[in-house]
Design a protein around this ligand. Structure first.
Ligand code: SF4
Ligand code: SF4
Length: 402
């Protein structure tokens, strides 16, 4: 007689995966086609077939401590080939969302960012905080609207006040992100002890940075190969905008410390190098966002877009749009520029403070899992990609099924 297997099923977790984008999960009949076509699955216990059954059964503990959802880049090659239209690519994305909700610190933020209602509630905080700060420092009046020249700093809000508000928000995001990473690593280290194939930590870090900068994993995608372009545009424009913010802040402090105008003060002229970096980055971000929006709205191959995705996409789109509009309306001499700039600050605050709890959390958790995959030795990529006609050694699990 065979041994009894007792499963610790969590039906709430199954419902969570379904709600987070995996609504076709139950159609899966375990044929393993998805695992065979996945271009990124590693050797030994490959994905996503096993995630499908674990999600169907609600084996929450295995899934939220699994590295594999992070090794999936949602290319949807598997969903294209699935004979049951169970959309395993979307299920993997839904499991990632559930992991974020589970490792997030504090956990209520991880839950709130999953829904539109919860995110609107979180948005109220910067709306009220920044409104109160701007009114407070201007004596409860909007007298700056009457000033002849439209300048955001210091007319509406000075740079030191912006820093008093945004530096804590930024570090709140970073520190809670690090605590979430610690939770993620605790789970990974139990499931994936370091093997002899593992790389030293420094080499794993360098390898991951190279992978991220080159977007090499995205390029393995078959049906959604051009996702790579939009993602790269957004990624590098984000770096450009960070450089711009750091540059503007540095200019302010250099002049303040020197007690004189030793470098060109803000607002910067149109052809100033920092302005050029900012404008080129804003343009690249706009194109990236439009590409993403276009594909999310009109391409079936991209898969399911859930509230969690839309909130992040809209947050980035609104940051870029208000950044561009604030600048153009200021140059045009319209006082509406102040309101647009206020909105811009609200959306930036939302991004910073809730970065590890929103979809932006991928930046923390995927990067960690990719480093850990190399470190533990799970990075060895062996699989079969029928879409590209590449054939490599089949993983053991797949051989058994075949
Ligand atoms: S290809 Fe579809 S039906 Fe087959 S195991 Fe994968 S998800 Fe399930
Ligand atoms: S979406 Fe792409 S990377 Fe993810 S499991 Fe499917 S084939 Fe693999």
């Amino acid at each position: 007689m065979s041994d009894r297997v007792i499963l610790d099923a969590d039906l709430k977790f199954v419902q969570g995966v379904i709600k987070a984008g995996g609504q076709d999960l139950k159609k899966c009949y375990q044929c393993s086609t998805c695992t065979v076509v996945c271009p990124l699955t590693p050797e030994g216990t490959p994905f996503p077939r096993k995630e499908m059954i674990n999600a169907q059964w609600g084996i929450k503990d295995k899934l939220i401590t699994s590295m594999d959802p992070w090794l999936c880049f949602h290319c949807n090659d598997c969903s294209e080939q699935c004979p049951r239209e169970a959309k395993p690519g979307d299920v993997m994305a839904a499991i990632r969302n559930m992991i974020i909700a589970n490792v997030a610190v504090p956990s209520f933020l991880g839950k709130l960012t999953q829904s539109i209602g919860g995110s609107l509630l979180l948005l109220l905080f910067p709306i009220i905080l920044l409104g109160a700060v701007i009114l407070g420092i201007n004596g409860g009046e909007l007298a700056f609207l009457d000033k002849p020249v439209i300048v955001f700093h210091p007319n509406m809000i000075s740079i030191p006040v912006i820093e008093i508000v945004f530096i804590p928000a930024f570090f709140f995001g970073i520190i809670t992100g690090l605590l979430g990473i610690k939770r993620l690593i605790n789970g990974l280290s139990k499931n994936y002890p370091k093997t002899e194939d593992g790389e030293p930590l420094v080499s794993a870090l360098i390898g991951t940075v190279k992978d991220v900068l080159s977007h090499s994993k995205f390029r393995e995608c078959g049906v959604n190969a051009n996702r790579n372009v939009a993602h790269m545009l957004l990624f590098y424009s984000f770096i450009g905008l960070l450089i711009t913010t750091a540059g503007v802040t540095s200019i302010y402090y250099i002049n303040k410390i020197a007690g004189a105008t030793v470098v060109t003060p803000t607002p910067l002229p149109f052809f100033h190098p920092i302005k050029i970096i900012g404008n080129v980055s804003a343009l690249a971000a706009s194109i990236g966002i439009l590409l993403i929006l276009g594909r999310r709205l009109f391409s079936e191959k991209i898969g399911q877009t859930v509230a969690f995705d839309w909130i992040f996409i809209l947050n980035i789109a609104l940051i870029v749009a208000t950044g561009i509009l604030a600048q153009t309306s200021r140059v045009a001499g319209s006082q509406v520029a102040y309101f647009i700039y206020y909105c811009h600050l609200v959306f930036v605050f939302f991004l910073f403070a809730y970065m590890p709890h929103s979809k932006f959390g991928h930046m923390f958790y995927r990067a960690t899992a990719l480093v850990y995959a190399r470190y533990s030795g799970r990075e060895k990529s062996v699989g079969m990609n029928f879409l590209e006609g590449k054939q490599q050694e089949l993983p053991e699990e797949t051989k058994e099924v075949a």
